[in-house]
Design a protein around this ligand. Structure first.
Ligand code: TYD
Length: 137
């Protein structure tokens, strides 16, 4: 995917009377090798998370339980997305400002990431982000 892009992706899954089992293989179901897994849960009502972009990181957000919203900004266009299905994941490429909000009670999101954690590749200042979007065009 190009920088600043996103897309929803249907997660392969198996549903039977015992419940839902979803699966993702790096470099097969998503175009990157999985180098890190983290999760967000127990978010207090009214809390906003994110407020940053990444210079290199690709991510797949899988909302395992409940729902939340994500505002995305590629420097030119804003999108407001609902993540509410464990079989509909959101793939983000780098250089995308994101804000996560409106978490439902009990919401839990699994994130598959293409790189180990590196604070140096975060962009936490919005002006720096806008400069990075201009440089990437
Ligand atoms: P941060 O990415 O700012 O959270 P959010 O995107 O939800 O706003 O991360 C919060 C803190 O957790 C920050 O101090 C860095 C730390 N952290 C790690 O140590 N490893 C990780 O893989 C992640 C995602 C965060």
């Amino acid at each position: 995917m190009p920088l600043g892009a996103f897309r929803f992706l249907d997660v392969p899954s198996h549903r039977d009377p015992r419940g839902l089992l979803g699966f993702v293989e790096g470099s097969r179901d998503i175009p990157f090798a999985i180098r890190r897994v983290y999760y967000i849960c127990q978010v207090p009502p009214g809390t906003e998370r994110g407020g940053h972009a990444h210079r290199r990181l690709e991510q797949l957000f899988i909302p395992l339980a409940g729902s939340f919203r994500m505002r995305l900004d590629d420097g030119e266009t804003q999108h407001d997305l609902l993540l509410d299905s464990p079989t509909r994941a959101l793939h983000l490429s780098p250089i995308l400002w994101r804000e996560l909000y409106d978490f439902s009670p009990g919401a839990a999101c699994l994130i598959l990431a293409s790189e180990p954690y590196d604070e140096a590749e975060y962009i936490r200042d919005h002006e720096t982000f806008l400069a990075a979007t201009r440089a990437s065009r």
